[in-house]
Design a protein around this ligand. Structure first.
Ligand SMILES: [Zn+2]
Length: 580
């Protein structure tokens, strides 16, 4: 804002007629109100449509009254909204829209009191979010040059000095878009008995390539076999630059480095692997490297079984691991894939020892909310705790909870816990919600491209991503899904869903009308690559008045926990029978 604004305000008191004319229009006031209400509500911020509703209101202001003082303010708000939305979505598109709106304020309303603020915002975005110091330098320089008396001039001068080295050389115009680099900001890994996953997270989409180098016997000692991923147009951030030891029998370590001024190279030194896959996820952008090797069967299980001819067993396992051709989409319930083949789990007779229970949401993320104020995060935690107790007591199995209290855990961290803890079964618990208040019932989901529109809406909500990011995730699934794991998850889902419905119906005639939505499929991020049977249970709708009432009844929550428990029990019996 320009310094002169205060004086203008005083003058305006005397120029009564002008005050009346400058009064914000009802349209603008209403948009401003919606903006405030969105900013005050973490729950509302979770859904993109809420952001777009506010943005649309401001767009209407610009369109209907382009010459009023409301227009530049509305445009500035649009820029700020997209900028904040990007903090949630990490979609480059949102940031581009923000840049566009701020540029428009400067271009179309150069004498507005917000022009200097908008120009300054451009510099901030380039510097802090895009790591594009050249563009940032230019943006700050414009603030100094064009708005030397504005209140942003001082900060802008500071950054112009700091970024001096990025001043473009004479006669060498720079292309802003191409120079925007991605920061490699985080590298993480998870290990399983037969697979290891490495994830490289960047601040924005980045082109990448990958290569496998075999060992070179007779050459230098340090030439071990390795996979390396080159991320182009990228800068390695300090936080991500250290070597990560893994030593799990598959990978020895991960070594990131700034290979040249445009390329970040991440090397994975190999101990022994059979196969590997590289793909990317978005929102935020991550390059995922999955390596697979021979399952190392725990010794005590080998002893329990009849003598196994190891060589034969090995080839069967290999065959199953090789079976990574895209699985059939949209399986039909009649010829259910659950019952057909004997799966790897059964062949190995792997004993289930540990169940990971994942109560959805938590902390700053309340999940769905009912009209009466019930929060999904609280309800699912109650159910999860009950379920955990029951499993320990009645099934005598170990239980790991992804959260015990009201804490926030990112989706990726939840599968991470499951993998680190080597859980044998993963159960994520959620409560459903829909705009259609009439919708009710219970459903159980497995990882797969969405079976229908409703499933895809549920996945979008639980993943807290845009439908665009969701469709990208959908496209990746055939690459990631393992048919044996999918079949096993479906079988578990079927057992849990059936006994859940039964359990609710059996509460002394109270809820005989429970709606059985059935086993469904969706691209749930939280179910991705647990490598073990994994399901997500949607226990009733918080948005349905009748089910809202039920969910506030402790006895009802208990019957849900009991239903899931019985489902797991039936499943365990089934795989035992199949294995003998
Ligand atoms: Zn949820």
């Amino acid at each position: 804002m320009k310094k002169g604004l205060f004086l203008t305000a005083i003058l305006a008191v005397f120029l009564w007629a002008q005050v009346a004319a400058a009064k914000p229009s009802p349209l603008y006031v209403s948009a401003q109100k919606s903006y405030k209400s969105l900013m005050a509500s973490p729950a509302k911020k979770k859904y993109r449509e809420n952001w777009f509703n506010v943005i649309k209101k401001f767009e209407k202001v610009v369109k209907k009254t382009p010459r009023s003082p409301d227009a530049p303010s509305a445009l500035f708000s649009i820029g700020s909204l997209y900028n904040s939305l990007y903090n949630h979505s990490l979609l480059r598109d949102d940031l581009d829209k923000s840049l566009e709106a701020f540029s428009d304020v400067v271009k179309k309303y150069p004498s507005s009191s917000l022009a200097d603020d908008a120009q300054f915002e451009l510099g901030e975005i380039y510097r802090t979010k895009l790591g594009d110091n050249k563009s940032a330098y230019l943006a700050y320089s414009k603030v100094v040059k064009r708005f030397p008396r504005g209140d942003k001039a001082k900060s802008a001068r500071h950054w112009v000095r700091k970024l001096e080295e990025f001043k473009p050389q004479e006669g060498k115009p720079i292309s802003v878009k191409k120079e925007t680099k991605a920061f490699v900001r985080k590298i993480d890994y998870w290990t399983n008995p037969d697979s290891t996953r490495v994830s490289i997270e960047t601040s924005r989409d980045a082109p990448y390539s990958f290569h496998l180098l075999s060992a070179e016997p007779g050459k230098k000692k340090d030439l071990r076999p390795r996979i390396y991923v080159d991320i182009s147009n990228a800068v390695l951030s300090k936080d991500a630059s250290r070597t990560i030891p893994i030593k799990d029998g598959l990978l020895t370590q991960v070594r990131p480095s700034q290979f040249d001024d445009r390329t970040v190279r991440v090397v994975m030194d190999i101990d022994s692997i059979d196969d590997y896959t590289v793909f990317n996820l978005t929102n935020p952008f991550r390059v995922i490297i999955d390596v697979k090797g021979e399952p190392r069967i725990p010794a005590e299980i080998m002893r329990e079984e009849e003598p196994v001819t190891v060589t034969e067993d090995k080839t069967q396992i290999e065959k199953l691991l090789e079976g990574r051709e895209p699985i059939e989409m949209g399986p039909d319930e009649g010829t259910s894939p659950e019952s057909k083949e004997i799966t790897m789990y059964q062949q190995l007779g792997l004993g289930v020892k540990k169940i990971v229970i994942d109560p959805g949401h938590g902390g700053e993320d309340p999940g769905a909310k009912s009209k009466g104020g019930l929060k999904e995060k609280d309800i699912v935690l109650k159910i999860a705790k009950k379920l955990g107790e029951k499993i320990k007591k009645e099934l005598d199995l170990d239980v790991v909870m992804t959260r015990e209290g009201d804490t926030f855990i990112p989706l990726e961290g939840r599968t991470g816990i499951a993998m680190k803890e080597r859980g044998d079964i993963f159960v994520s618990i959620h409560a459903n919600s829909s705009r259609n208040k009439k919708l009710r019932g219970v459903s159980t989901y497995v990882l797969h491209p969405a079976s229908d529109f409703e499933a895809s809406a549920v996945a979008a909500r639980e993943n807290a991503v845009s439908t665009k990011a969701l469709s990208e995730l959908q496209d990746l699934l055939p690459k990631i899904l393992r048919p044996d794991n999918y079949r096993e998850s479906r079988k578990l889902a079927r057992c849990v869903q059936d006994s859940l419905v039964k359990s609710i119906k059996s509460i002394k005639g109270a809820y005989p009308n429970v709606r059985d939505i059935g086993v469904k499929e969706g691209p749930f991020f939280v179910l991705m690559n647990s490598g073990k049977p994994a399901i997500l249970v949607e226990v009733s709708f918080l948005s349905n008045p009748e089910e809202e009432k039920r969910l506030s009844d402790d006895g009802y929550l208990d019957s849900i926990a009991e239903g899931i428990l019985k489902g797991i029990e039936v499943y365990l019996k089934e795989i035992k029978v199949a294995a003998t």
